[in-house]
Design a protein. Structure first.
Length: 278
């Protein structure tokens, strides 16, 4: 009998707002993969709220990781998300050196910005260091802003064409990742596209209807389902399709029930779908 898969989740833990590990852990667990959190920070609410408490975990991450190493832990997957400091990115790179085995899949969600702007916590130095982390990724899930930032390209205010996306992904793939999923592209007034690039293969697109506005934590839901599905042996296309369809159901529910956008996705309402199908 095949052993249950394990994935290390390197991200922040946020008490309210449905994002980061608070979203990833239950979704990946529903996909029957053991989720093992490595916190980068503890927040009361996410940074989209007017005020928030944050406890940076940088000074404790090395001891936390050392305990895992001393106890002989191994992982089938390593998933990275929000980084709160330059030093944290170095710590994560070192973590990959220590724990990545030939079968381990490294999934990087380069949480840096959106709509052409970096998040207020991100500096140019952190962006440059993130480019180093990309080298170790098997799968990377940037939005268009993050893809442009990693390539030192200006953000296309009017969007990117399919040919431009192919060229940009090809350039990024030269730096390490074989698989790139550009998420949440506003393809037109009614549709959102997720562009899938597999090195040496034709591109693929997963299209979903555009429902309502943007919601916090959506990228975390997508990254979690992609990670869990892919570790369970599904193709990247199948993983992205499942993630995009799941998010669409959650957004539709939120819109119908007037859930505030900064409360994130009501993913709990549909977790049974993941459990039953995997």
């Amino acid at each position: 009998m095949e052993q249950q898969k394990k994935i290390a989740l390197i991200n922040d833990i946020t008490g309210f707002g449905r994002c980061s590990i608070a979203v990833e852990l239950p979704l990946i667990s529903a996909l029957k993969v053991q989720a093992c959190p490595l916190p980068t920070a503890i927040l009361s609410v996410h940074t989209g709220f007017p005020t928030y408490f944050i406890d940076d975990y940088t000074d404790r991450m090395k001891d936390y990781i050392a305990s895992w190493k001393e106890n002989g832990l191994t992982f089938d997957g390593i998933s990275t998300g929000f980084m709160n400091s330059l030093e944290q990115i170095d710590i994560v790179i070192d973590f990959i050196h220590q724990f990545k085995q030939p079968h381990t899949i490294v999934i990087v969600d380069p949480v840096m910005g959106d709509y052409g702007k970096l998040y207020r916590t991100y500096t140019k130095e952190m962006c440059d260091k993130m480019k180093e982390l990309v080298h170790y990724a098997d799968i990377i899930t940037p939005n268009l802003t993050e893809l442009c930032t990693l390539l030192d390209m200006p953000y296309p205010e009017n969007g990117a064409s399919i040919e431009e996306l192919k060229e940009m992904c090809s350039r990024l793939a030269e730096r390490g990742p074989k698989h790139i999923v550009v998420t949440g592209i506003h393809f037109n007034q009614t549709q959102i596209a997720n562009f899938i690039y597999n090195k040496g293969e034709d591109f693929q697109i997963v299209m979903v209807d555009r429902i309502g506005g943007d919601r916090s934590g959506t990228g975390d839901v997508i990254a979690a389902i992609i990670a869990g599905m892919y570790l369970n042996g599904h193709s990247l296309y199948e993983s992205v399709k499942k993630a995009a369809d799941y998010v669409s159901k959650c957004i539709r529910y939120c819109e119908e029930n007037e859930v505030p956008s900064y409360w994130g996705l009501s993913f709990e309402m549909f977790m049974k779908d993941l459990t039953e199908e995997n």
